[in-house]
Design a protein around this ligand. Sequence first.
Ligand code: HEC
Length: 189
Amino acid sequence: MSDKLPIQDKPYDGIQEDNNPLPGWWKTILYACTVFAIAYMVVVHTDFLVHSRSDMQRFEHEIAAMRFRQDSIRALKPPFTYAELTKLRTEQGRLSEGKGLFTDKCVACHAAGGAGNIGPNLTDNFWLHGGRIDSVALTILNGVSAKGMPTWGNMLSDEQIKSLAIYVKSLHGTNPANAKPAQGVLDTL
Ligand code: HEC
Protein backbone atom coordinates (compact mmCIF):
# COMPACT_ATOMS: atom_id res chain seq x y z
CA MET A 1 0.00 0.00 0.00
CA SER A 2 1.01 3.58 -0.48
CA ASP A 3 3.27 5.15 2.09
CA LYS A 4 1.11 8.23 2.18
CA LEU A 5 -1.77 6.42 3.89
CA PRO A 6 -1.86 6.56 7.70
CA ILE A 7 -1.13 3.36 9.61
CA GLN A 8 -3.80 2.02 11.97
CA ASP A 9 -3.05 2.72 15.62
CA LYS A 10 -3.53 -0.79 16.90
CA PRO A 11 -1.85 -3.62 15.05
CA TYR A 12 -3.86 -6.90 14.97
CA ASP A 13 -1.87 -10.01 15.81
CA GLY A 14 1.26 -7.99 15.37
CA ILE A 15 0.40 -7.05 11.82
CA GLN A 16 0.18 -3.44 10.93
CA GLU A 17 -2.60 -2.40 8.59
CA ASP A 18 -3.22 0.64 6.48
CA ASN A 19 -6.05 2.81 7.71
CA ASN A 20 -7.90 3.01 4.46
CA PRO A 21 -11.56 3.91 5.13
CA LEU A 22 -14.16 4.08 2.41
CA PRO A 23 -14.59 7.62 1.15
CA GLY A 24 -17.34 9.68 2.78
CA TRP A 25 -19.26 10.22 -0.46
CA TRP A 26 -19.37 6.42 -1.02
CA LYS A 27 -20.69 5.74 2.46
CA THR A 28 -23.23 8.53 2.11
CA ILE A 29 -24.62 6.85 -1.01
CA LEU A 30 -24.73 3.48 0.73
CA TYR A 31 -26.60 4.84 3.76
CA ALA A 32 -28.94 6.88 1.60
CA CYS A 33 -29.75 3.77 -0.48
CA THR A 34 -30.40 1.74 2.67
CA VAL A 35 -32.76 4.33 4.08
CA PHE A 36 -34.50 4.66 0.72
CA ALA A 37 -34.89 0.87 0.35
CA ILE A 38 -36.53 0.52 3.77
CA ALA A 39 -38.85 3.45 3.16
CA TYR A 40 -39.67 2.14 -0.33
CA MET A 41 -40.53 -1.31 1.03
CA VAL A 42 -42.86 0.16 3.63
CA VAL A 43 -44.58 2.45 1.15
CA VAL A 44 -44.98 -0.15 -1.60
CA HIS A 45 -46.25 -2.96 0.59
CA THR A 46 -48.52 -0.97 2.84
CA ASP A 47 -49.23 2.00 0.60
CA PHE A 48 -48.54 3.79 3.82
CA LEU A 49 -48.13 7.39 2.79
CA VAL A 50 -50.32 7.36 -0.27
CA HIS A 51 -53.76 5.91 0.51
CA SER A 52 -53.17 4.07 3.76
CA ARG A 53 -54.31 0.93 1.92
CA SER A 54 -52.28 -2.19 1.31
CA ASP A 55 -51.57 -3.55 -2.16
CA MET A 56 -54.00 -6.40 -1.61
CA GLN A 57 -56.78 -4.08 -0.52
CA ARG A 58 -56.12 -1.86 -3.51
CA PHE A 59 -56.23 -4.87 -5.81
CA GLU A 60 -59.53 -6.05 -4.36
CA HIS A 61 -60.93 -2.56 -4.61
CA GLU A 62 -59.98 -2.35 -8.28
CA ILE A 63 -61.50 -5.76 -9.07
CA ALA A 64 -64.72 -4.78 -7.32
CA ALA A 65 -64.82 -1.52 -9.25
CA MET A 66 -64.24 -3.37 -12.51
CA ARG A 67 -67.03 -5.88 -11.79
CA PHE A 68 -69.33 -3.03 -10.97
CA ARG A 69 -68.48 -1.27 -14.23
CA GLN A 70 -69.04 -4.47 -16.20
CA ASP A 71 -72.38 -5.03 -14.52
CA SER A 72 -73.52 -1.49 -15.13
CA ILE A 73 -72.51 -1.63 -18.79
CA ARG A 74 -74.54 -4.81 -19.18
CA ALA A 75 -77.44 -3.43 -17.24
CA LEU A 76 -77.49 -0.35 -19.41
CA LYS A 77 -77.45 -2.32 -22.63
CA PRO A 78 -79.44 -5.52 -22.15
CA PRO A 79 -79.60 -7.61 -25.34
CA PHE A 80 -83.44 -7.56 -25.32
CA THR A 81 -86.36 -5.19 -24.90
CA TYR A 82 -89.69 -5.53 -23.15
CA ALA A 83 -91.50 -5.45 -26.51
CA GLU A 84 -89.27 -8.16 -27.98
CA LEU A 85 -89.66 -10.46 -24.97
CA THR A 86 -93.42 -9.97 -24.92
CA LYS A 87 -93.57 -10.95 -28.58
CA LEU A 88 -91.28 -13.96 -28.11
CA ARG A 89 -93.57 -15.39 -25.41
CA THR A 90 -95.77 -16.89 -28.07
CA GLU A 91 -92.92 -18.16 -30.25
CA GLN A 92 -92.88 -21.88 -30.88
CA GLY A 93 -90.38 -23.80 -28.74
CA ARG A 94 -89.45 -20.95 -26.39
CA LEU A 95 -91.27 -22.33 -23.37
CA SER A 96 -89.90 -25.84 -23.77
CA GLU A 97 -86.35 -24.55 -24.26
CA GLY A 98 -86.75 -22.40 -21.14
CA LYS A 99 -88.14 -25.31 -19.16
CA GLY A 100 -85.28 -27.59 -20.21
CA LEU A 101 -82.69 -25.00 -19.21
CA PHE A 102 -84.47 -24.29 -15.95
CA THR A 103 -84.52 -27.98 -15.04
CA ASP A 104 -80.86 -28.22 -15.90
CA LYS A 105 -79.49 -25.03 -14.34
CA CYS A 106 -81.94 -23.49 -11.91
CA VAL A 107 -83.86 -26.12 -9.91
CA ALA A 108 -80.91 -26.65 -7.55
CA CYS A 109 -81.63 -23.25 -6.05
CA HIS A 110 -85.15 -22.34 -7.13
CA ALA A 111 -86.70 -25.84 -6.88
CA ALA A 112 -88.82 -27.54 -9.53
CA GLY A 113 -91.48 -25.24 -10.90
CA GLY A 114 -89.73 -22.25 -9.25
CA ALA A 115 -91.17 -22.95 -5.79
CA GLY A 116 -88.02 -21.52 -4.20
CA ASN A 117 -85.28 -22.97 -2.04
CA ILE A 118 -81.96 -21.15 -1.72
CA GLY A 119 -83.26 -18.74 -4.32
CA PRO A 120 -86.64 -17.05 -4.02
CA ASN A 121 -90.03 -18.31 -5.10
CA LEU A 122 -90.52 -17.35 -8.75
CA THR A 123 -94.23 -18.08 -8.96
CA ASP A 124 -95.72 -15.37 -6.74
CA ASN A 125 -96.37 -11.65 -7.15
CA PHE A 126 -93.35 -10.57 -5.13
CA TRP A 127 -89.97 -9.79 -6.64
CA LEU A 128 -86.63 -8.65 -5.26
CA HIS A 129 -85.43 -7.34 -8.62
CA GLY A 130 -88.62 -6.61 -10.51
CA GLY A 131 -91.20 -8.95 -11.98
CA ARG A 132 -91.71 -7.51 -15.45
CA ILE A 133 -90.32 -9.90 -18.05
CA ASP A 134 -87.41 -7.63 -19.00
CA SER A 135 -86.46 -7.20 -15.31
CA VAL A 136 -86.55 -10.97 -14.85
CA ALA A 137 -84.36 -11.45 -17.93
CA LEU A 138 -81.96 -8.78 -16.64
CA THR A 139 -81.65 -10.49 -13.25
CA ILE A 140 -80.88 -13.77 -15.00
CA LEU A 141 -78.36 -12.05 -17.29
CA ASN A 142 -76.46 -10.17 -14.58
CA GLY A 143 -77.15 -12.40 -11.60
CA VAL A 144 -76.83 -11.10 -8.07
CA SER A 145 -73.31 -12.25 -7.27
CA ALA A 146 -73.33 -10.91 -3.72
CA LYS A 147 -76.40 -13.02 -2.90
CA GLY A 148 -75.44 -16.22 -4.70
CA MET A 149 -77.45 -15.87 -7.90
CA PRO A 150 -74.96 -16.63 -10.72
CA THR A 151 -74.31 -14.29 -13.65
CA TRP A 152 -75.89 -16.43 -16.35
CA GLY A 153 -74.90 -13.93 -19.02
CA ASN A 154 -71.38 -15.35 -18.73
CA MET A 155 -72.58 -18.93 -19.28
CA LEU A 156 -75.63 -18.85 -21.51
CA SER A 157 -76.47 -17.21 -24.82
CA ASP A 158 -78.77 -14.20 -25.07
CA GLU A 159 -81.42 -16.43 -26.68
CA GLN A 160 -81.24 -18.93 -23.82
CA ILE A 161 -81.66 -16.13 -21.31
CA LYS A 162 -84.72 -14.88 -23.16
CA SER A 163 -86.23 -18.37 -23.13
CA LEU A 164 -85.54 -18.70 -19.41
CA ALA A 165 -87.26 -15.38 -18.67
CA ILE A 166 -90.26 -16.53 -20.73
CA TYR A 167 -90.42 -19.80 -18.80
CA VAL A 168 -90.02 -18.06 -15.42
CA LYS A 169 -92.91 -15.73 -16.26
CA SER A 170 -95.04 -18.73 -17.24
CA LEU A 171 -94.71 -20.02 -13.68
CA HIS A 172 -96.63 -17.08 -12.28
CA GLY A 173 -99.60 -18.09 -10.15
CA THR A 174 -98.94 -21.83 -10.37
CA ASN A 175 -98.92 -22.22 -6.54
CA PRO A 176 -96.48 -25.13 -6.34
CA ALA A 177 -96.38 -27.31 -3.24
CA ASN A 178 -93.89 -26.25 -0.52
CA ALA A 179 -93.57 -22.79 -2.01
CA LYS A 180 -91.10 -20.50 -0.29
CA PRO A 181 -92.73 -17.50 1.44
CA ALA A 182 -92.82 -14.32 -0.62
CA GLN A 183 -89.76 -12.08 -0.69
CA GLY A 184 -89.36 -8.58 -2.08
CA VAL A 185 -92.06 -6.18 -3.16
CA LEU A 186 -95.38 -6.60 -4.92
CA ASP A 187 -94.88 -6.32 -8.69
CA THR A 188 -97.57 -7.67 -10.94
CA LEU A 189 -96.35 -6.14 -14.20
C1 HEC B 1 -76.68 -21.17 -6.78
C2 HEC B 1 -78.05 -20.85 -6.58
C3 HEC B 1 -78.85 -20.30 -7.73
C4 HEC B 1 -78.98 -20.80 -8.99
C5 HEC B 1 -78.31 -22.03 -9.59
C6 HEC B 1 -79.92 -19.95 -9.66
N1 HEC B 1 -80.33 -18.95 -8.84
FE1 HEC B 1 -81.65 -17.49 -9.28
N2 HEC B 1 -81.40 -16.68 -7.46
C7 HEC B 1 -80.62 -17.20 -6.46
C8 HEC B 1 -80.68 -16.34 -5.30
C9 HEC B 1 -79.97 -16.56 -3.98
C10 HEC B 1 -81.51 -15.26 -5.65
C11 HEC B 1 -81.90 -14.08 -4.78
C12 HEC B 1 -80.96 -12.92 -5.03
C13 HEC B 1 -81.16 -11.80 -4.04
O1 HEC B 1 -81.41 -12.07 -2.85
O2 HEC B 1 -81.03 -10.64 -4.46
C14 HEC B 1 -81.96 -15.52 -7.01
C15 HEC B 1 -82.81 -14.70 -7.71
C16 HEC B 1 -83.33 -14.98 -8.95
C17 HEC B 1 -84.31 -14.18 -9.65
C18 HEC B 1 -84.90 -12.87 -9.13
C19 HEC B 1 -86.07 -13.16 -8.22
C20 HEC B 1 -86.66 -11.90 -7.65
O3 HEC B 1 -87.36 -12.02 -6.66
O4 HEC B 1 -86.44 -10.80 -8.19
C21 HEC B 1 -84.59 -14.79 -10.82
C22 HEC B 1 -85.57 -14.34 -11.88
C23 HEC B 1 -83.78 -15.98 -10.88
N3 HEC B 1 -83.01 -16.06 -9.72
C24 HEC B 1 -83.77 -16.87 -11.94
C25 HEC B 1 -82.86 -17.92 -12.04
C26 HEC B 1 -82.73 -18.75 -13.21
C27 HEC B 1 -83.56 -18.61 -14.47
C28 HEC B 1 -81.75 -19.64 -12.94
C29 HEC B 1 -81.17 -20.71 -13.85
C30 HEC B 1 -80.61 -20.26 -15.11
C31 HEC B 1 -81.28 -19.39 -11.60
N4 HEC B 1 -81.97 -18.34 -11.09
C32 HEC B 1 -80.31 -20.13 -10.97
C33 HEC B 1 -79.88 -18.36 -6.52
C34 HEC B 1 -79.72 -19.13 -7.64
